[in-house]
Design a protein around this ligand. Structure first.
Ligand SMILES: [Zn+2]
Ligand SMILES: [Zn+2]
Length: 552
């Protein structure tokens, strides 16, 4: 009997971000993507969120490599953390590896992974895994769907994709190859991108954005134009540069990641901007406003980004004013709306013309319902598991699959941590592994749920620290009580409250001794309860209370 194939989801099913899965055959593991997620506003002080690596750590010697589908951070951004502990080769397109190696290089970990480029359509064996890399269109060039030819039949993973029939670089999603996989042996299991599964219709072609940009450049002749988009969106940058060239403007980049990615993509021939078209951001002062186009980072309103600095008049390079038109060629990712709004406000306040949320100024990189249905129809998979999305996206995608004729019992909605087993008998659930959020603050991922809860209380309610020294034999207070607070009341203006709180602490200590509670721990408990009650009665607030009772 052919061996079973295991699939374990470590991230990306139930959230947009930190995509990571494992395939297992004959005891060996192939990683499929290793991404990060950007934190929500309530994850205070958290820089980013990773998959839980416990399962990978425990099975380190079984990992034969990692396939990366494309260069977005939600697919490659976790590698620079995982490679601190483990070492394995990474397979992907040349551009994907170039983008991934930015962070890996910054972390000084390039010697811990061999980067192995694979070409469009290439088929390659990695341990027991027979992988085929199929071109797809997406909002970063050179992405792949991956077909795994396994002892249990073909497993097709769509990667992030859309069906752009007029892509900027002419590199189409290879539907013909997917069709031949389906007709030649069939697709046993399809795993497909669900990001836009609740959006009706068909995504716009990236090329349509180029026409809108051209019109905007036309309408803004004589004015300086600043355009912002994702730094990895090489095709968007190409179209901005093309529009600039059409009106004979020079192009300057601003923002470190924009500069790096433009250089990388030009080196690889993925981005075509001639040398004479480019100008250094330090030299833009010499140009007339109408002769310049600046391509900037910061399309998501990231507080320290080039665009945010411009909006706050803190940019070293550009002073924004009434002669500027700023175009946001992007759409805020849910959660970033208020940051983007603040940046737009800043730019408008400086007198700039700001173009945002205009029809056609951005096109999504993810397939909408009609495209998802087209892929489902082409594949006609025996089994289907929606991936890459929040729960409602996965559910919407599952409905599409059943509407397209996959029988409902062969559509499995999975979540992070779920394990599946594909055998001769079909696809079944096979338990779960740890897949919680790994919160990273600084460079270490040791911020647990407890730390985060403390930060939330501190941020919302503040802290009250009570320091008192007690003679544990007599019950006499030797020093204090001293009450220190941040965020409960403003201490210099709240003497009365602080005095009353101190009085409650004295009472609590007296009472504790009256009940023979003379050890430090129970004294602390009494003090915490008394102060907590007083704070609640007097202000209806619930700050963190930290009692520090010391023995004289
Ligand atoms: Zn993604
Ligand atoms: Zn992507």
């Amino acid at each position: 009997m052919p061996p079973p194939v295991g699939i374990t989801f470590l991230g990306g099913l139930g959230e947009i971000g930190r995509n990571c899965a494992c395939l297992e055959i004959d005891g060996e593991i192939l990683l499929l993507d290793c991404g990060l997620m950007f934190p929500d506003a309530d994850m205070l002080g958290i820089d980013l969120v990773l998959p839980d690596f416990t399962y990978l750590r425990e099975n380190a010697e079984r990992i034969v490599g990692c396939v990366v589908t494309h260069g977005h951070e939600d697919h490659v951004g976790g590698l620079s953390f995982l490679l601190r502990e483990l070492s394995f080769p990474i397979y992907g397109s040349k551009l994907t590896l170039g983008l991934a190696s930015n962070r890996i290089g910054e972390a000084g970990l390039l010697d811990r992974c061999e980067l192995i480029p694979v070409a469009d359509g290439e088929r390659r064996r990695i341990g027991p895994f027979d992988c085929e890399f199929i071109p797809v269109t997406h909002s970063v060039p050179h992405g792949f769907a991956t077909a795994f030819h396994t002892p249990q039949g073909t497993i097709l993973h769509s990667g992030d994709f859309k069906l752009d029939l007029t892509p900027v670089d002419g590199r189409l999603t290879d539907l013909a190859r997917i069709g031949s996989l389906a007709s030649d042996g069939g697709i046993r299991l399809l795993l497909s991108d669900s990001t836009n599964a609740d959006e009706a219709g068909h995504s716009d072609s990236e090329r349509s954005v180029g026409r809108v940009l051209y019109d905007l450049f036309h309408a803004n002749e004589g004015r300086r134009v600043v355009v912002t988009c994702f730094a990895s969106h090489i095709h968007r940058i190409q179209q901005i540069a093309d529009a600039a060239a059409a009106f004979d403007r020079k192009v300057a980049t601003i923002g470190l990641s924009m500069k790096k990615n433009v250089a990388l993509a030009r080196d690889m021939g993925v981005l075509r901007i001639p040398d004479h078209r480019l100008v250094d951001i330090g030299d833009v002062g010499k140009l007339d406003p109408g002769d310049l186009c600046v391509v900037s980072t910061g399309s998501q309103g990231e507080p320290m980004s080039a665009l945010a600095l411009m909006a706050a008049s803190e940019s070293r390079w550009l002073k924004i004013g009434p002669d500027d038109t700023v175009i946001l060629s992007s759409h805020p990712i849910p959660g970033n709306e208020s940051n983007v709004g603040k940046v737009i406000d800043g730019l408008v306040r400086l007198g700039a013309e700001v173009v945002y949320s205009m029809a056609g100024i951005h096109a999504t990189g993810h397939a909408k319902q009609e495209e998802l249905k087209a892929l489902l129809s082409l594949c006609g998979p025996e089994w289907f598991v929606p991936v890459h999305g929040e729960y409602r996206h996965l559910d919407a995608h599952a409905r599409l699959a059943t509407a397209m004729g996959t029988s409902p019992e062969k559509v499995l909605i999975c979540e992070d941590g779920d394990r599946l087993l594909l055998t001769d008998d079909g696809l079944s659930r096979d338990g779960t592994v740890a897949a919680g959020y790994l919160y990273v603050d600084g460079i270490v991922g040791d911020v647990g749920k407890g730390v985060l809860r403390d930060r939330q209380v501190l941020a919302r309610e503040g802290v009250v620290v009570v320091i008192v020294t007690v003679d544990v034999t007599s019950g006499e207070i030797i020093t204090g009580p001293e009450i220190i607070t941040r965020g409960w009341v403003y201490a210099p203006e709240a003497d009365g409250l602080l005095d009353e709180a101190a009085e409650r602490v004295r009472e609590a200590v007296r009472e504790a001794f009256a009940h023979d509670a003379a050890d430090i721990e129970s004294l602390q408990r009494h003090v915490r309860r008394a102060v907590g009650q007083f704070v609640d009665e007097s202000t209806r607030r619930r700050p963190m209370i930290v009692p520090v009772v010391m023995e004289a």
